[in-house]
Design a protein around this ligand. Structure first.
Ligand SMILES: O=C(O)C(=O)C[C@H](O)[C@H](O)CO
Ligand SMILES: [Mg+2]
Length: 391
């Protein structure tokens, strides 16, 4: 029986090369097996970097010396010890990293990609949508010209938050500015480009409805987190008055959370983030629950390369896959060069097919990028916005 012999936890970043504010550093766990194989996992950051990094030490106390094939047993064992897991983004994120790394080890031991262990390759091509592409874009022309650059790279879908620094409420002027941006994107880019509206959960219900109704005419593919996540009951009203499909999920922590939202018809397109919601096997369970209600999956993916690779391994196997988020083309070189093993070409993701997650680490670069600290704090711009757009 192979076991987890050693655990290394890395915070990696390069202060000189800016990345998305919420992911200016990344958290990686490296598990070394008793047979010498290594497995990588990733946890999210977003203004909780050091608490997650410390929580990973708690997870290590449960996972160390355990058989990493026993995913369900190791996860349940941690659940028994971590009293607040179901309400703690930090604990769940730390745990997700170890679960992902366990699957990397399992695939490498068996000499097969993780997706072959989850139902096999159902989707041979995974359509991507671009996010992170619109930094410093404020006016309609800024968005359109930047999007055209990404269309040249092959992207056919764009997610963006056109609401500048409106929060909780939004006035007619703010709604008009957002309509002008979305209208320009639609008229300049045409009907074959999908527009995905990101609200970042910034509105209270009444204002979310006003925004959703104003943008319905442009047929967005979805509208994401229209309402503050604590006000989930507002989604019933929102869906009564707005036609655009609702997408959310990056802030939900487990399959039971998703079961509540999808079974009550509060969401159409589920954006679980497997680094926030207990990893790969839970992602398959969430997808199955969503599928049983006719919902679609569009995994949230806003941090680093190990997250992307793990998410793609699940995407490959989904019968209800819709589209996959990508920040890759807005990443700084340090983040892009850390791991190899998947590519994004002509707006579509493709895995290498190598065993495990299918990725290989540049361990020399990892050592150079070791970092310790929280991401920079900008009191004028929340860390969750694409830089230069909260004005
Ligand atoms: O990628 C998305 O959907 C986002 O909402 C980006 C956010 O800033 C990020 O997820 C915060 O963790
Ligand atoms: Mg989002």
């Amino acid at each position: 029986m192979e076991t987890i012999k050693s655990v290394d936890i890395y915070e990696l970043g390069s202060p000189g090369e800016k990345s998305s504010p919420w992911s200016s550093t990344i958290l990686i766990v490296k598990l070394t097996s008793s047979n010498g194989n290594v497995g990588y996992g990733e946890a999210p950051t977003t203004f909780m970097t050091l608490p997650v990094k410390e929580s990973m030490r708690e997870v290590e106390r449960v996972f160390k010396d355990q058989n990493y094939f026993n995913i369900e047993k190791n996860m349940r064992e941690f659940y028994k010890h971590s009293f607040y897991l179901s309400r703690s983004m930090e604990a769940t994120s730390a745990l997700s990293a170890f679960e992902i790394a366990s699957w990397d080890l399992i695939g490498k031991d068996l000499g097969t990609p993780v997706y072959n262990l989850l139902g096999g390759e159902y989707n041979s091509e995974l359509r991507a949508y671009a996010n992170g592409w619109y930094s410093d874009c404020l006016e309609p022309d800024d968005f359109v010209s930047r999007a055209k650059e990404y269309i040249k790279k092959g992207y056919t879908a764009f997610k963006f938050d056109p609401f500048r620094n409106n929060f909780d409420r939004i006035g007619n002027d703010g709604i008009k500015k957002a309509v002008d941006i979305v209208s320009a994107m639609r008229s300049e880019l045409g009907e074959n480009i999908d527009l995905l509206i990101e609200c970042h959960g910034r509105f209270s219900t009444k204002y979310a409805i006003k925004v959703g109704q104003a943008l319905d005419e442009f047929n967005p593919l979805f509208i994401e987190e229209p309402i503050h996540p604590e006000m989930e009951l507002g989604l019933f009203d929102f869906k009564r008055y707005v036609n655009t499909p609702v997408a959310l999920g990056e802030r939900l922590l487990n399959k039971e959370d998703f079961a509540r939202y999808i079974s009550q018809g509060m969401v159409d397109i589920v954006q679980a983030d497997l680094t926030n919601s207990k990893g790969i096997l839970e992602a398959k369970k969430i997808s199955a629950i969503v599928e049983s209600f006719g919902g679609l999956m569009a995994f949230h993916n806003a941090f680093g390369p190990v997250q992307t690779a793990a998410t793609l391994n699940v995407d490959y196997t989904l019968t209800n896959f819709l589209i996959q988020e990508s920040f890759e083309d807005s990443w700084p070189d340090w983040k892009r060069n850390l791991f190899s093993g998947y590519r994004i070409e002509n707006g579509h993701f493709k895995l290498s097919g190598k065993p495990g997650l299918g990725i290989t680490a540049d361990e020399k670069l990892m050592e150079k990028l070791i970092y310790d600290g929280m991401e920079e704090f900008n009191k004028n711009e929340p860390s969750w916005v694409v830089s230069g757009t909260y004005k």
